[in-house]
Every structure is written in structure tokens, then in C-alpha cells.
Design a protein around this ligand. Sequence first.
Ligand SMILES: [Fe+2]
Ligand SMILES: [Fe+2]
Length: 182
Amino acid sequence: MKSQGARPGSVMKKMESSDIFALLESDHEKVIQKTNALIEDLNNMHCEGKASFQKNLGRVKEALHFFNGEVMEHMALEERTLFPYLETHVPRVSSAIRFLQAEHDDFRNNLKIFEFLASELSRQKNDDHRSKTVDRIKETGTYLSYLLRHHIEAEQRSVYQSLERELKPSEKDELRKRLFKS
Ligand SMILES: [Fe+2]
Ligand SMILES: [Fe+2]
């Protein structure tokens, strides 16, 4: 588990002074923006070829860094604190949570493939090999982007709405404390 200091631009740092639930949702908005940019970068990498390859690879690696950092920590916070608390207090969301958990696992598995392909692109010198890897990373990165967008939409509709509507004020306060301590 990473310390709070490991994530300076994230929810963990700002949590004391702002509403934790709004901050979790602002994480989601940031993910949507980053996935839109990633799809564009992957298309550019595919179309622009050799001349802009290093620039486009740099952008893809920035997306990888964001996924491995902020997105993984956001998911860990949900799994560690938010999901278990809601399963206890709003049991009817249990099946939705199981589905969301499976999407987290799918994200992590595909992120490993994405990371492997990015390191292959840094290493490969042969244009044919590189062009095949560009096809594969485009496919995996696009899958990750759509997975995250679908995940966020489903999560907002199920978990986050239940949190807003069905928890009593005292339960929300308790959850805030637990999220802050995680
Ligand atoms: Fe999630
Ligand atoms: Fe989330």
C-alpha cells in the first residue's frame, strides 16, 4: 500500500479540505479526459509513422504512468474501503460491485500487456516488428480506454448514486473517515 505522500495530485492529498465523494468523481472526469487523449495519441502513432514516433511513444508512456499511478490507487481505494462499506450498508448493490471488481481485474491484466508493449516499442529497431507492435498497443490501449469509460459510467450509475442517495448522513461521515484513513 502506498503512502498518502506518493500521490501528490490526487484525491488523497486534497481529501481533508474538500468533499471526498466529489473528489472521487473528479478522478473519474480526469480518467475520461486522459482516455480521450490516449485514443488520439494511439491513432497518431499509427498514422504519423516514423517522424513523430518518439513524440507519440512519449505520450503513450505518460498515459501508462497515469494508469499505473492514479487509476490503480483510485481502484485500490474503492476496493479497500468504498466497496466493502457499501456492501454492508446497501446490500442490494453487491452484484453490481462484483461486476465492477471484475472490471478492475480486467483493467489490471490488460494494463500489464499495455506496459509490456510500450517497453517493446522502446526496444525495437526493426520497422516491421515495430509496426506490428504499434497495431497491438493500439488495440490494447483502445480496449483499456473503452473499458475505463464503460466502467466509470456503470460505477457512477450504481455505486456512486447509492452512496449519495441511500447512505444516512452519519454513514457518509463514517465512510469519509474510513476513506481518509485508507
Ligand atoms: Fe472502479
Ligand atoms: Fe471509480
